[in-house]
Design a protein around this ligand. Sequence first.
Ligand SMILES: NC(=O)c1ccc[n+]([C@@H]2O[C@H](COP(=O)([O-])OP(=O)(O)OC[C@H]3O[C@@H](n4cnc5c(N)ncnc54)[C@H](OP(=O)(O)O)[C@@H]3O)[C@@H](O)[C@H]2O)c1
Length: 334
Amino acid sequence: MPSVPSKIVCVTGAGGFIASWLVKLLLEKGYTVRGTVRNPDDPKNSHLRELEGAEERLILCKADLNDYESLREAINGCDGVFHTASPVTDDPEQMVEPAVNGAKYVISAAAEAKVRRVVLTSSIGAIYMDPNRDPEQVVDETCWSDLDFCKNTKNWYCYGKAVAEQAAWETAKELGVDLVVINPVLVLGPLLQPTVNASILHIYKYLTGSAKTYVNSIQAYVHVKDVALAHILLFETPEASGRYLCAESVLHRGDVVEILAKFFPEYPIPTKCSDEKNPRKKPYKFSNQKLKDLGLEFTSVKQSLYETVRSLQEKGHLPIPKQNDDQPIRILQS
Ligand SMILES: NC(=O)c1ccc[n+]([C@@H]2O[C@H](COP(=O)([O-])OP(=O)(O)OC[C@H]3O[C@@H](n4cnc5c(N)ncnc54)[C@H](OP(=O)(O)O)[C@@H]3O)[C@@H](O)[C@H]2O)c1
């Protein structure tokens, strides 16, 4: 049963990995959702229409980040906006302008529509990329990526997310919009959409045999359902303000392949690091206290990895290995 009175909210980029979960949970809570997609007739968005409550309370609107009018129409009449749509690419032309335009346009349209709050999906990419940060410093919401470093290293995704978040803060201040930002780390977990998105590819490549080795690198992870729940928590909690780092743990790639191999030994998971010379990179320290203080409980990274692979199997992206009748059924142990 819906737990809140019916309110109308807009979710941009509704067919994406994170947004699909957000739409699902909002519908389950009784919200009416206007989901923007670039092409409502594309079969890749059809999973949205199958969500519980979608028939009665989901309206798909055609909108593009570079088209103010389309966003204005979708947002007009809404109580809140979840702005999750963004290019996810390192191509500078495809990344930067649409991300910045989208942020400015969504905030401007929200101001016109007098929405209560905008929750913007930024990224760890807007926080972490700073080569001069002391390795012992705890990474939290006060940190910003160094834009010159992102440019010089051609990390256009992180550059685009950082400048889009900055543009959102500036526009919100100028127009008096209540903005709260969530900065997720790499997101894993079950897919609702039929296609494999970029963050799931990060794991997928270790299961298909396409990655023969793993890199000497670290990465922070979080479960997609926790990310979607955090978005809703930030919208529903009046005291929420500023940025929220959404992260469960940081692992070396060696730890990731080890966990995957324990759960799924039947796949050709790499066992060798591509860098045999340098010392193993150490995880960085981070704080997710702000979200914990709002009551968010994080799913373990082991569970996230397990559910990601099971979902890839269920969606037909990975072959399901034949189970030998003599083998015990594998259960997840934390
Ligand atoms: N997944 C992660 O690990 C992660 C981590 C941190 C932050 N994020 C952020 O979370 C958000 C969602 O990411 P995701 O992982 O769910 O990615 P995704 O599945 O690729 O979804 C991205 C969505 O953005 C839409 N989009 C892209 N360019 C657009 C444009 N010009 N106009 C309108 N819509 C556009 C896409 O629509 P189409 O379907 O039409 O292409 C898609 O629905 C993004 O802001 C991303 O930067 C993701």
